[in-house]
Design a protein around this ligand. Structure first.
Ligand code: PLP
Length: 395
C-alpha cells in the first residue's frame, strides 16, 4: 500500500533535503550589524540600504532582507531585476533599487512592482518610458553617474543629455527621478587618489543635475568600505553589502570586530568517514598529498560544487576534533580529506570550515587568504546544494 504524501512538494524531494552540511545564518548577528552600521552613519544623517544581491551574498535574500528591515534598514538593493521582483513576490514592500539592467528589462514588471530602476544611459531611459506608459504610471528612476569606476553609469560627458532627457520624461509624467548616485572603484584602499577624484566628480555631477531641476529623494555613493572609513561619502544613503554580513571589506582596513561587526554565516559538514591509513597513501585526485606515517583520515562531504574553492587545495583550514586542520590534497567536486594525525573523531563529527571564529573555527577571511581571493567570494559562492539554516529569525 502506498503512503499518502505528507505535503504537496514534488515527491522526488526528500523530507530533509540535505543534512550532510549546512550554512547557518545568524540573523541576530545580521540585525546587530545593521544597527552598528546605522549608528556609524547617524552623524551624517544617512540611512542604510541593505544590499541583498546574489542571494544576499549567499546568505538567503528574503530572510536577510526581512532581518535588515527589522533592524532599521530603509532601503534594499539588488543587482538583477529578478532579485528585486523576488523580494516583492515575498511580500516585501520597502523601497528597492535595482541596478543591473539589459535591454528587455523586464522594465514593465519593475514599474508595476514599484522597484526603483537605475538608469545609466539613453537606451534604458527609452525602455523605462515605454514601460511606464504601458503600466499607466510613472516609473521611479535613479540616474547613475560613472565618476571613475569605469563600469556601469553615465560618464560626465554624456550626463547633460541623460539628465535633460530624464527631466523631459519627468515633465511628461512618465518617470520620477528619485535618486542620483555613483559607485567607488577603490574605497577599500584608504588614500587611493581615485577616491577624492570620484567624490569631486560626483559633487559636480550632482550640482549639474540639481541645477537642471532634478530633486532627488536620495543621493548615494558609499559601499561598505566607504561607509566604514569615509564619512564624507555618506550623503543620504549608504549601500552596505558585505559589512552587513559581518565581513570586513578588506583585511587591511581592519577585522569585523574592529568595526563592531560579527560574521553571519557558519559553514559546516558532518564527517562522512574516518579511517586508519598506512604511511605512503596518496590522498585525493593527483596524489598531491601523501601520508608521511600511519595516520587517521577524515572525509568531509563538501567540495567545489558546494563552493569550497579548489584553489584552497592543500591550504584551506577546517576546525575538526578540537583543532584546525588543513585540507589534505585536492578539493574535489563533492568532498575533501583531512589528515588528523594521532587524533580521531567519529563519523558524523562536525567539521567547521568557517564561522565567526568564537569557537576557534577559521573565518571566511582565512579561506579567502588560502584561496587567493576575497571573503566576499567565499560566502557568495557557497553552492545551492548547501541548505541555508536561518537562526534567530525573530528577535
Ligand atoms: C555590490 C554593490 C554594493 C555593496 O558593496 P559592498 O562592498 O558589499 O558593501 C553597493 N553598490 C553597488 C552598486 C554594488 O554593486
Amino acid at each position: 500500500m502506498s503512503e499518502t504524501p505528507q505535503r504537496s512538494r514534488a515527491t522526488h524531494e526528500p523530507e530533509r533535503p540535505d543534512n550532510r552540511a549546512r550554512a547557518e545564518i545568524d540573523l541576530a548577528a545580521l540585525r546587530a550589524n545593521v544597527r552598528a552600521l546605522r549608528a556609524r552613519v547617524a552623524p551624517s544623517g544617512a540611512r542604510v540600504m541593505g544590499v541583498v544581491k546574489a542571494d544576499a551574498y549567499g546568505h538567503g535574500a528574503v530572510p536577510c532582507a526581512r532581518a535588515a528591515l527589522d533592524a532599521g534598514a530603509a532601503w534594499l538593493g539588488t543587482a538583477t531585476p529578478y532579485e528585486a521582483l523576488a523580494l516583492r513576490a515575498a511580500g516585501i514592500d520597502a523601497p528597492v533599487l535595482c541596478w543591473l539592467w539589459t535591454p528587455g528589462g523586464p522594465f514593465r514588471a519593475a514599474v508595476d512592482a514599484d522597484v526603483d530602476i537605475a538608469v545609466s544611459g539613453l537606451w534604458a531611459l527609452d525602455e523605462v518610458v515605454a514601460a511606464a506608459r504601458a503600466a499607466g504610471r510613472p516609473a521611479r528612476i535613479q540616474l547613475k553617474a560613472d565618476t571613475g569606476l569605469g563600469r556601469n553609469g553615465c560618464l560626465a560627458g554624456d550626463w547633460p543629455r541623460l539628465v535633460g532627457e530624464a527631466l523631459k520624461a519627468q515633465a511628461d509624467g512618465d518617470v520620477r527621478v528619485t535618486g542620483l548616485w555613483s559607485h567607488f572603484a577603490c574605497a577599500d584602499e584608504p588614500g587611493h587618489p581615485s577616491i577624492d577624484a570620484q567624490l569631486t566628480r560626483f559633487h559636480e555631477m550632482l550640482e549639474y543635475a540639481e541645477k537642471a531641476g532634478v530633486e532627488p529623494e536620495v543621493r548615494h555613493m558609499a559601499n561598505s568600505p566607504a561607509t566604514l572609513t569615509l564619512p564624507e561619502t555618506h550623503f543620504d544613503l549608504v549601500r552596505t553589502g558585505v559589512a552587513m554580513y559581518g565581513i570586513s571589506p578588506s583585511p587591511e582596513l581592519g577585522t569585523p570586530a574592529d568595526f563592531g561587526l560579527r560574521p553571519v554565516m557558519r559553514l559546516s559538514a558532518d564527517v562522512a568517514s574516518v579511517k586508519q591509513a598506512p604511511q605512503g597513501l596518496g590522498i585525493s585526485y593527483g596524489h598531491h598529498y601523501v601520508t608521511d606515517r600511519e595516520t587517521t583520515l577524515a572525509l568531509v562531504p563538501l567540495g567545489y560544487a558546494d563552493g569550497v574553492p579548489r584553489h584552497a587545495s592543500g591550504r584551506g583550514p577546517v576546525l575538526l576534533g578540537g583543532a584546525v586542520r588543513t585540507v589534505a590534497g585536492r578539493v574535489a567536486m563533492d568532498q575533501f580529506v583531512l589528515d588528523l594525525g594521532d587524533d580521531t573523531v567519529e563519523p558524523g563529527a562536525r567539521a567547521v570550515l568557517f564561522g565567526p571564529g568564537d569557537d576557534g573555527e577559521p573565518t571566511a577571511e582565512d579561506w579567502a587568504r588560502a584561496a587567493g581571493t576575497i571573503a566576499y567570494e567565499i560566502v557568495t559562492r557557497v553552492g545551492a546544494r548547501v541548505p541555508r539554516v536561518h537562526l534567530h529569525e525573530r528577535g
